[in-house]
Design a protein around this ligand. Structure first.
Ligand SMILES: *Cc1c(COP(=O)(O)O)cnc(C)c1O
Length: 398
């Protein structure tokens, strides 16, 4: 076939080994190649490998660089994100660290959106700080705010859209134009979109970072990260850094991630449908003050979401007019939602977001309400809503 295949079709075939006489298809089509050592027969073979590598071929001389399993997953991430090269890391946070340590040097300054994944602040406040890298947290809702914080040594604009707790949509094309105008590298954490619901590189970002731990893995059983870029010079910088820092991913985890990718679109679509239904449930409650979920029509980011995203997922936050005691009763009474920080797996999760964390976010109303963040899993949404409802009855009775 010479027509362009849809992503859904491509995801079923990428990473599949070429068919010899008989080749297994299930579940990945490639074995999980676990090895540290790569053997060479002759010195000439070794020399030829280095020669071909220097011309840009992805040949491996040592296991840390990743074997065929890893190469297949890298190709899949490039396809999902619309990038030219992908670098794997052992976790999403590892991928963030890889990108920032590749792009920043001592004396540089970085603008960081105030809605980013929490541990990014820890990285900046401790390691980057010690390395004499400056940073400023900003609301990235408008480029005016960014402009006011720009310094002569600003090199990187690091954002996440939608944000990690309140799912505020950022205008990535506008941020990309701003970055270009001021010579900044725009890095976007795209774990929310995971290459399926959003493609920041196509919206103008320079680097996309994904925690494969979440929707790509999809089964809460692996930790993995990816950095994807398209510009040759940036790719070279990340490549040098990745080699120097010794990032390495287990072949089994790469293999599991490829298996996860096969069902990424169907899972994310299902999570998204159920999350919208949960939004509608909360929308009808007297306690609900605000619903944070850009695919929901009443979310202020809905127009941006419609313009820039191609799908959604199971993440949402709700602002509820409940007391501390009531929210404790509500969360503890849930039977199908576990308390947990992660998301992107099959299971439903809940997190009571604490006020000190929210204080960092310009987008937060600062009213005396509670914020809970939910991951809507793959359970029946009817059961999930019933569970939320029975827990709420108990909270009301407090
Ligand atoms: C979970 C998460 C990460 C980090 O991923 P790990 O694999 O847990 O290190 C980074 N960014 C976002 C938005 C996340 O939700």
């Amino acid at each position: 076939m010479n027509k362009k295949l849809s992503l859904l079709t491509q995801l079923q075939h990428l990473g599949t080994a070429p068919c010899d006489e008989t080749t297994p298809v299930a579940p990945v089509g490639l074995p999980s190649i676990r090895t540290s050592t790569v053997r060479f027969n002759t010195i000439e073979d070794l020399e030829a490998t280095y020669r071909r590598k220097s011309k840009g071929e992805r040949l491996v001389t040592y296991g840390r660089m990743g074997m065929e399993t890893h190469a297949a997953l890298e190709d899949i991430f490039c396809q999902l994100e619309g990038g030219k090269r992908c670098f794997l890391a052992s976790s999403g946070l590892g991928a963030i660290t890889m990108s920032l340590l590749s792009l920043l040097s001592a004396g540089d300054h970085m603008l960081v959106a105030d809605c980013v994944y929490g541990p990014v602040r820890h990285l900046a406040n401790t390691v980057l700080s010690r390395m004499n890298i400056e940073f400023t947290y900003v609301s990235a809702q408008s480029t005016d705010t960014l402009q006011a914080q720009l310094k002569t040594n600003t090199r990187v604009l690091y954002v996440e859209s939608p944000g990690s707790l309140l799912f505020e949509m950022l205008d990535i094309p506008a941020l990309a134009a701003f970055a270009r105008q001021h010579g900044l590298i725009l890095v976007v954490d795209n774990t929310w979109g995971s290459g399926y619901a959003c493609q920041p590189l196509e919206l103008g970002a320079d680097v996309s970072v994904i925690a494969g731990t979440k929707y790509v893995g999809g089964h809460s059983d692996l930790m993995l990260g990816a950095v994807v870029a398209k510009d040759k010079a940036l790719i070279e910088r990340i490549d040098l850094n990745q080699y120097a820092m010794g990032y390495s991913v287990s072949a089994d985890d790469a293999w599991l991630a490829i298996r996860g990718v096969r069902t990424l679109p169907v899972r994310m679509d299902q999570h998204a449908r159920s999350a919208l239904q949960v939004c509608r449930y909360f929308d009808d409650l007297p306690e609900t003050r605000r619903i944070f979920h850009p695919a929901f029509e009443k979310d202020p980011g809905h127009a941006l979401w419609k313009r820039d995203c191609t799908g959604s997922n199971g993440m949402l936050s709700i602002e509820l007019a409940l007391s501390d005691r009531q929210i404790r009763t509500f969360v503890n009474a849930l039977e199908l939602f576990s308390i947990g920080y992660s998301w992107g797996g099959f299971e439903s999760l809940i997190q009571w977001v604490d006020r000190p964390t929210l204080e960092n976010h310009a987008y937060w109303s600062r009213e005396d309400n509670q914020i809970i963040r939910l991951h809507i899993g793959l359970e029946s949404v009817i059961d999930l809503v019933d569970d939320l409802d029975q827990a709420l009855q108990k909270a009301r009775a407090v």
